[in-house]
Design a protein around this ligand. Structure first.
Ligand code: SF4
Length: 210
């Protein structure tokens, strides 16, 4: 593997801002860190590159090696694995990404696996840990139960100081649709300011539209 000399932990990285705290905490605990950017769940190629480039910036700032599996960015694969379970899709999304991370760790002889998803206060920690234990048993590669969430605000603050791209939805098409629907609901709520009218009504003002 080019650029990575026997790191202790292969850290699956979902985006730059979420990498900052985990990398620092792992190092404090005596781990070397190498990152793996593998996220076929991300909706939109442009969005993929924004997040990938922010992850590379984070790697540069904190000086750790990062491999981006760009040739494996295949949204079709994501839609295949969540097919039929779109309303409870996150466990399949975690599995897709962590299975590849464990496989990569095994291919390259890395000693531990973790993920920046354990930093996010919005992800399902119990599901992630159960999946990690399952993959640990299958591969023999440890997945320690790190909890990076206490550094949530510190990570946000640092990402802002560094000027990293910060996304506004989790990643997949459905999370983007949910975000837009929440925005729409706010616009159509009874507390709508008097100078705005409902979308679709004559003369409606819809911020951001178009
Ligand atoms: S909401 Fe996030 S974790 Fe869940 S399926 Fe979408 S991208 Fe994956």
């Amino acid at each position: 593997m080019s650029g990575i000399a026997q790191p202790t932990t292969l850290l699956h990285i979902c985006c730059g801002p979420c990498a900052l705290e985990p990398v620092q905490r792992l190092r404090e605990q005596g781990h070397q860190v190498a990152g793996l950017f593998f996220n076929p769940n991300i909706h939109g190629v442009q969005e993929y590159f924004l997040r990938r480039d922010a992850a590379l910036r984070a790697a540069d700032e904190l000086d750790f090696p990062l491999v981006c599996l760009d040739t494996e960015y295949a949204p079709r694969r994501f839609f295949q694995v969540i097919h039929g379970q779109e309303d409870r899709r996150c466990p399949a999304c975690y599995r897709l990404r962590l299975e590849r991370t464990f496989a990569y760790a095994r291919e390259h002889g890395l000693q531990n696996v973790s993920t920046t998803l354990l930093y996010s206060i919005y992800q399902d920690r119990d599901t992630l840990l159960a999946l990690g234990r399952e993959l640990e048993e299958q591969t023999g590669i440890p997945f320690p139960d790190h909890d990076f969430r206490p550094g949530w605000q510190a990570g946000i603050d640092l990402s802002k100081r560094l000027g990293l791209y910060r996304q506004s939805y989790c990643g997949c098409l459905y999370s983007e649709v949910d975000r837009q629907l929440r925005k729409l609901n706010r616009l159509t709520s009874p507390s709508l300011p008097p100078n705005l009218t409902r979308p679709g009504a004559a003369g409606a003002v819809v911020p951001g539209a178009g």
